[in-house]
Design a protein around this ligand. Structure first.
Ligand code: S3P
Length: 433
């Protein structure tokens, strides 16, 4: 599918975005392991979360999809049924890595696979600690790549694990496996990654302790099913917030969006670039702060980013690259080598595709240098099968002269199926005025 985006001088409106992808996955998973029912409101019906839903159903979890909610009948810890068929995680790293953590503690055999992109992504980062806990796991290339086969155990060993990467997927897989271990399991990460698993575990009644960059839990605790209202996905909102900042006449308000500080690094960077923005926390949903964000058209300047903020804006770097191309001066992003292991190598794909529009982007081993302020010219670009690259390029298309055509735009369905419509509405509404 191709998405055509024309230059829009105005981008204006008040919107809500679909439910958070990370939180939707976790609500399904924890709901399945809990006692009693978990009703999930504002669940993200994107392909990634639907892959998790299907895999759980294949293991005997009863999940009913209603118009505006999903009902999960928990099976309790350790009661997953052996799936008769291969589990397909599609494009979703979260599905594969978090499911491995859960499967490790269930005494069943399962085979997991995914699409071509997921079969290239490193799985050894979760396999290594899960094997230390006692799970048996096999995979291609000496056990690093999917398809994977796992034989879980009735009892796992607790571990104290120091992760070499700041990855919420690694941390979550170990914590989920830790639920099945007698005693205390801990994970220490090099920088704080998103903490949705910790928050939701606490919300479901499992005490999780944090000391600095270490988080601990005691296994064999009971999870109690609870209603979960999923906040809007900040990473989805980010495309519109960024678009408003770079649009000549932009003003976008996103309501009821998740404002978990482990996710909102982009707001700090936009502010440092000179963006006009306002944030208002209005409440808490299932242990997650929620509120409204407004961003207006702004004179932007380049910045240098790196270090602990990177995991807090990791999924926003593609669109941040677009913002940097529109800012005056140079933006340097360092310490972001993790981007090479996402749905595409996002350092390479963003540099290549933005380059097609005339942006000046240099690729570093662990980041990018963007020389901003060069006018962008519409062109044909590719998504590389990566939803965030597709949406970031659509945002670039709004400020590029003429027309930008994004090939492979169906990738967007992974996380934000109504993105094209919402973008057209905001740009179109404004044009009609
Ligand atoms: C996610 C964690 C991040 C993020 C991904 C979703 C999660 O990946 O990029 O989109 O839901 O835990 P890593 O943990 O691999 O950095």
């Amino acid at each position: 599918m191709e998405l055509k985006v024309c230059r829009a001088t105005r981008l204006e409106g008040t919107i809500t975005v679909p439910g958070d992808k990370s939180i939707s996955h976790r609500a399904l998973l924890l709901g399945s392991l809990a006692c009693g029912e978990t009703v999930i409101e504002n669940f993200l019906r994107g392909k990634d979360c639907l892959a998790t839903l299907r895999c759980l159903r294949q293991m005997g979890v009863k999940i009913e999809e209603e118009e505006d909610r999903v009902r999960v009948e928990g099976r309790g810890l350790g009661n997953l049924r052996e799936p008769e068929e291969v589990l397909d995680a599609g494009n979703s790293g979260t599905t594969m890595r978090l499911l491995l953590g859960v499967l490790a503690g269930n005494p069943i055999f399962a085979v997991l696979t995914g699409d071509a992109s997921l079969r290239r992504r490193p799985m050894d980062r979760v396999i290594l600690p899960l094997k230390l806990m006692g799970a048996e796991i096999w995979g291609r290339q000496e056990g690093k790549l999917a398809p994977l086969a796992i034989r879980g155990q009735r009892e796992l060993r607790p571990i104290e694990y120091t992760s070499p990467v700041a990855s919420a997927q690694v941390k979550s897989a170990i914590l989920l496996a830790g639920l099945y271990a007698e005693g205390e399991t801990s994970v220490t990460e090099p920088a704080l990654s998103r903490d949705h698993t910790e928050r939701m575990l606490s919300y479901f009644g499992v005490p999780v302790k944090r000391e600095g960059l270490t988080v601990r839990l005691r296994g064999r605790a009971l999870l109690q099913g609870r209603p979960v209202r999923v906040p809007g996905d900040f990473s989805a909102a980010a495309f519109f917030l960024a678009a408003a900042a770079i649009s000549p006449e932009g003003r976008v308000v996103v309501k009821e969006v998740g404002l978990n500080p482990t996710r909102t690094g982009l707001l700090e960077v936009l502010e440092a670039m000179g963006a006009r923005l306002a944030v208002e926390v209005t409440g808490e949903w299932a242990g997650e702060p929620v509120g409204n964000v407004t961003v207006e058209s702004s004179e932007l300047r380049g910045v240098e980013i790196g270090g602990e903020i990177i995991p807090r804006l990791i999924d926003e770097i593609p669109v941040l690259t677009v913002v940097a191309a529109c800012a005056a001066g140079k933006t340097v992003i360092r310490g972001a080598e993790e981007l090479r292991y996402k749905e595409s190598d996002r350092l390479a794909t963003m540099a290549l595709e933005l380059g097609r529009l005339g942006a000046k982007v240099e690729v570093l081993p662990d980041g990018l240098i963007i020389h901003g302020g060069h006018p962008l010219q519409g062109s044909r670009v590719q998504s590389h099968g990566d939803h965030r690259v597709a949406m970031a390029m659509a945002v670039a298309g709004l400020v590029a002269e003429g027309e930008t055509i994004i090939e492979g735009a169906e990738a967007i369905d992974v996380s934000f199926p109504n993105f094209p419509l919402l973008l057209a509405t905001l740009a179109g509404e404004a044009r009609g005025k």
